[in-house]
Design a protein around this ligand. Structure first.
Ligand code: SF4
Length: 176
């Protein structure tokens, strides 16, 4: 507890292979938030992680490098939460499914700017009305990436391109 993220990632974890740059670290398991480089000196404790939009959760960490698309990352994690939803309450059961489909549209270059507002609103509803921690935390990867990687969402929705070359969009060459 209290060890900075930078130390865990670069000293204990050995850093990022092949000299690639750091993009984000997701803490706490699939429903944790994605923390950008600007917070690498954050000490790892419950309160500090919550302040930057993430959680301690399982204590796990997933580091993404510059080759990752953060919209695709958010889609990956909400897909997991959607599949783990027990279905007992509507906000989680229906909300995670809607969030996943909205992210699918964004990644495919089919979304409009108003979809981003809908996505954010949906996250807020699911977070505040779900019955248990799964639904309440499921929006974290989306909200944190909307906050810290707004430019990537903008590129997908407005410019119809994936800056990392991960998402398969018409008219864009996909990274090999
Ligand atoms: S929030 Fe919890 S109770 Fe509600 S559907 Fe999701 S997993 Fe089930």
């Amino acid at each position: 507890m209290g060890i900075p993220l930078r130390e865990i990632i670069y000293e204990i974890g050995g850093g990022i292979p092949d000299g690639r740059g750091f993009k984000a670290v997701q803490t706490g398991g699939p429903s944790g938030g994605c923390i950008p480089a600007g917070h690498l000196d954050l000490p790892v404790d419950y309160e500090s992680l919550v302040k930057v939009g993430s959680i301690m959760g399982s204590g796990g960490m997933i580091v993404t490098d510059e080759s990752s698309c953060m919209v695709d990352v958010a889609k990956f994690f909400i897909e997991f939460c959607m599949s783990e939803s027990c279905g007992k309450c509507v906000p989680c059961r229906v909300g995670t499914t809607h969030m996943y489909h909205l992210l699918e549209r964004i990644c495919a270059g089919e979304a409009e700017e108003r979809d981003l507002a809908t996505l954010e609103e949906l996250c807020d509803v699911v977070r505040n009305t779900s019955l248990c921690g799964l639904g309440q935390a499921a929006p974290n990867p989306i909200l944190s990436t909307l906050h810290y990687f707004q430019d990537e969402y903008h590129a997908h929705v407005v410019e119809k391109r994936c800056p990392a070359g991960v998402c398969h969009m018409a008219d864009q060459e996909v990274k090999a």
